[in-house]
Design a binder for this molecule. Structure first.
Ligand code: NAD
Ligand code: DAU
Length: 344
């Protein structure tokens, strides 16, 4: 067991909230502190009924706040860092600075507190496959492949990984890094392509498909990602990086994922709106070698057809959740981003 008292940062977001629910369910002696800033992407209700548990404590705050982080680190035995600015499209615009501040400096604040106050505890940096950049088929980069991030988002995540590894080497901290492919599932904020297209399809709104829809992402159900993170903390090694991905075979293009969403929602293909120019530096293909995490005993449990179908059902049954997130701030982002360039 990697620790009874766990600090989860960014636990009101999509993946972090799934992770917390799984962590509290699997072991009745575990306590969780969830440190989350509640940016547009964070919702305290995402942890569901666990919000009322005596084993759960929510702290509204910033991973970039050293005084706050210094108060929390002595209370825990392990840290899972999910807190981040996570949307590539927002990182290519005016908000890029926030990505550097949270995704790089925030990680420094966490590591530095651990170094000073609890150097014996484990730290898992939740990273991304995007750090490897655009991968020409049929390549599958292993964990020691060179990093070639294309966007300010992925560059900030690569910086975080390197910073975390430097604290492992310089200060002998127990740092582990995961690099996962694209996640999908319930409670994903409707800016990412799958929940965006599902919710737009349900409302008979356009599906803005970028750049011909030929791009490949290795979609993984969020529950499979969370299982991998538990395993890395419990059975992985200090100082090591673990790729996590479904290795979809055949690989699925964005256009094929869109067709699956149309089939599951019953919406018309005429909603597809081809767009170009909205994602400068758009990577064509992501893929990773996953032998290392599979050697720890991990394998994805859900295939993509079943996963998309279940996810569509969840969004149909939870309209109130996503309608609340499509608020005025969301609409402002949407018209700023999607209104800016001509259709193709
Ligand atoms: P998300 O945007 O849904 O959630 C991010 C959470 O972090 C939010 O609750 C937000 O309020 C919080 N947060 C942001 N800045 C903060 C700060 N300064 N201090 C404290 N909390 C802060 O993101 P997600 O999709 O759940 O991703 C979680 C992590 O997983 C990120 O690090 C991301 O890079 C990584 N990741 C995501 C995917 C994916 O497909 N979504 C895949 C691989 C890795
Ligand atoms: O690979 C892991 C990464 O996956 C994570 O690190 C990121 O946090 C997460 O956001 C995700 O990044 P992507 O950029 O791949 O996800 P997104 O859902 O934004 O886009 C997926 C694909 O869909 C990409 O090729 C762009 C395309 N797309 C996206 C949007 C938002 C569209 O065609 N239309 C859209 O409106």
């Amino acid at each position: 067991m990697h620790g009874t008292n766990v600090l989860v940062t960014g636990g009101c977001g999509f993946i972090g909230s799934h992770f917390i629910k799984g962590l509290l369910s699997r072991d009745s002696s575990t306590t969780v502190i969830n440190l989350d800033l509640l940016t547009y992407a964070g919702d305290p209700k995402n942890v569901g009924e666990w919000a009322e548990s005596p084993r759960y404590k929510f702290v509204h705050g910033d991973i970039r706040d050293p005084e706050l982080v210094d108060r929390l680190i002595p209370q825990v035995d392990s840290v899972f860092n999910f807190a981040a600015e996570s949307h590539v499209d927002r990182s290519t615009g005016k908000d890029a600075g926030e990505f550097i501040k949270t995704n790089v400096y925030g990680v420094f604040v966490l590591l530095d507190a651990i170094r000073r106050l609890r150097p014996e505890i484990r730290f898992l940096q939740v990273g991304t496959d995007e750090v490897y950049g655009d991968i020409e088929a049929p390549g599958f980069p292993a964990e020691n492949a060179i990093l070639q991030p294309s966007s300010p988002y992925s560059a900030s995540k690569a910086g975080a990984d390197e910073l975390a590894l430097s604290f492992s080497r310089t200060h002998n901290l127990d740092v582990r890094i995961s690099r996962c492919t694209n996640n999908y599932g319930p409670y994903q904020y409707p800016e990412k392509v799958i929940p965006l297209f599902i919710t737009n399809a349900l409302d008979e709104q356009p599906l803005p498909l970028y750049d011909g829809g030929t791009q490949i992402r290795d979609w993984l159900r969020v529950s499979d990602h969370c299982e991998a993170l538990h395993l890395i903390m419990e059975k992985g090694q200090s100082g090591e990086i673990y790729n996590v991905g479904a290795n979809q075979s055949p690989e699925r293009s964005n256009a094929e994922i869109t067709q699956m969403i149309l089939a599951a929602t019953g919406a018309s293909a005429s909603l597809i709106e081809p767009r170009s120019g909205l994602r400068p530096g758009h990577d064509q293909r992501y893929a990773v070698a996953t032998d290392k995490i599979r050697d720890l005993g991990w394998a994805p449990q859900l295939d993509i057809e079943q996963g998309i179908s279940e996810t569509v059902s969840w969004y149909i049954e939870n309209r109130k959740w996503w309608e609340a997130h499509k608020d005025a701030a969301y609409q402002a982002y949407y018209s700023d981003h999607y209104g800016q360039k001509k259709k193709t």
